[in-house]
Design a protein around this ligand. Sequence first.
Ligand code: SAH
Ligand code: SF4
Ligand code: F3S
Length: 565
Amino acid sequence: MILIRRAQYLSRLLNKATASNYCRCYSDTHRKSSITEKIKQGPGLKDFIIESSEPVFTDRPHIPYLLENDKIKTKRKVFFDVYGCQMNLNDTDIVWSILKKEGFEKTTVEEEADIFLVMTCAIREGAETKIWHRLDHLRGYKRRAKDRSVKIGILGCMAERLKEKLIEKEKAVDVVAGPDSYRDLPRLLALTENGQTAVNVLLSLDETYADVVPVRLNEGSVSAFISIMRGCDNMCTYCIVPFTRGRERSRPVSSIVDEVRHLAEQGVKEVTLLGQNVNSYRDVSQATEKFDTHMAKGFKTVYKAKKGGMRFADLLDKVSAVDPEMRIRFTAAHPKDFPEEVLQIVSERPNICKLLHLPAQSGSSAVLQRMRRGYTREAYLQLVEDVKKTIPGVGLSTDMICGFCGETEEEFQETLSLMEIVDYNIAFLFPYSMREKTTAYRRYQDDVPDQIKKERHHRMLEIYRRKCQILNEAEIGNTHLVLVEGTAKKSGNILGRNELYLRVVFEQAEILAEDGGKRRVKPGDYVAVKIVGAKSATLYGVPLYHTSLCDFYRENQWGVRQAVN
Ligand code: SAH
Ligand code: SF4
Ligand code: F3S
């Protein structure tokens, strides 16, 4: 048995090394260890006997990642810096869970930190520029902290994109770890104790960290993120994500449902299911349940359509049933994966927020084709109509890119016209930034001048803000269900979010409670709030009474905009 495990370990190591050559530990002189050296460093018979009595993760062997000699000798304090998308926030919780188990401590005070871990993003050049500035600062900090050893680790997408180049370019960096190698972090950090630098940027076909219960950095928050899948197979021509996060894989349904239950028990009132493309979720370890979904007309994928397994509609069904008082959100989504079944379950369940992310990226069919999005402007608009019909009062959000390779003024105007037609409640608008390795980098010219990109970005923002102002003003007089998140530092006003994730601000007050008495508002409360004022990104209201999610919607039917008169 032990020999089989060792053989499996060696074969896994060889497979991984063949797939990608980037699991390397560097000495000070950056000598690259060969695969045979790596195997020699692997566990021996003794290690399997010792380690098997003390597993760190239930369904994964502790080996090969951390051997007794590799363990960190002193308690070390870690300072986290997080950039990028919500996946990075959740990944930081996973990293913290892994390190906490190994005896690391956490600090939010720079001066106390022994290790700085920077969770990075590579989506646009601007995102990376910010991180380079932060690294400049940390390099200076490390130089000044002469009397004690300070280590810097770069994690996440930029680590995956630049790999060992990061260490070559940025000499102050000690550890580089890609999104699929966080289990290896304790070992990588231990290696740095005797002056080595360590890199692990292997991408995995199956890593979902399903068995790692994330430890939230902001423990008191009423909302939490849950990663339900990792990676992306879509290969939009502009996007670096498939290269930094690898192939798409879904986490088993049972582990997601368990995590939702665990969070509900901790008093969390809102979970956001996360992934690059959550609605292509597919737990292949499960037989197809109720919903065997089809792609809507006019949409296609670039990859071979996958079959079977439990789909996103099934997952929503199960997750929303855990606690009817818990709001369920999900992001990011791809327009191709919104079959009738998904729309139906969103419309039926009061606790699934009726805000759908339908990232259009462009309003021009020609640009969409160059982007390899798999739909036309017409198919997208048809989807918007279907969504609105199935889910009355639904809110929509989008991502848009301007200045993509070859985008003409006429093509850009189609984006503007799409933004005029579709009422987006939330939009993330970006000027295009060419990324190495992507198809666009290899195939197209980044030929829209920066000045034009800037100007187009500005024009998109202007439409977006103007339309949001109109949409939000239309809410004045309506009553919204608001989940209270906290208090504004300066004004002391109460901050919360409505179903469409819009910020709602109101003054603290004693209001009618469920038991007939009166009480003040606190984080985690559901409050019925009458909207009395609106800006493009914020609603202002007057609190009416405490309520529950079920009671509010029982009294007011499903839907997001309810007038209680
Ligand atoms: N998987 C998600 C999110 C991807 S990253 C989705 O498909 O919606 C978030 C957004 O960044 C993308 O939707 C896209 O609008 C934008 N983006 C991605 N690559 C970009 C690039 N090279 N330049 C500018 N914006 C980009
Ligand atoms: Fe990038 Fe497209 Fe995947 Fe989103 S769907 S992560 S934009 S490749
Ligand atoms: Fe950035 Fe990676 Fe997220 S590139 S947007 S952190 S998936």
